[in-house]
Design a protein around this ligand. Structure first.
Ligand SMILES: [Zn+2]
Length: 113
């Protein structure tokens, strides 16, 4: 941890840029696309019904009133994939849900922040 907050920000920015450039390069090598999405509430929203299910970071399982239960990170991954599909296809909510859960490897998504 860098004590100078300005220097720390520069180092963090440089680290983020290095990560982003590496990610873009690796994705291109394997013929994948990197899509930046808004990370807000990706772990709080139910990827099945869209309900907001607030939970602390220590709660690792997503449980929704629609009976959907999943690992918190997997639920967030579905939401990130859905947002990436919306950015690429401009599709509506129902269309973007088709195929969810079948192949999270088909798209490299980037969650910033
Ligand atoms: Zn739900």
């Amino acid at each position: 941890m860098v004590k100078n907050k300005y220097l720390a920000k520069s180092i963090n920015d440089a680290g983020w840029n290095l990560f982003l450039n590496t990610l873009l390069s690796k994705a291109e090598e394997v013929g994948k696309e990197v899509v930046e999405v808004d990370p807000r509430n990706t772990s709080q929203l139910c990827s099945e019904c869209g309900e907001l299910v607030p939970k602390k970071l220590s709660v690792r399982v997503h449980k929704c009133s629609c009976d959907y239960k999943e690992n918190r990170d997997i639920n967030a991954a579905h939401n990130i994939l859905k947002r990436a599909e919306l950015r690429i296809n401009g599709s509506d909510f129902d269309k973007s849900r088709q195929g969810l859960g079948t192949d999270l490897r088909g798209l490299v998504s980037l969650e910033a922040g």
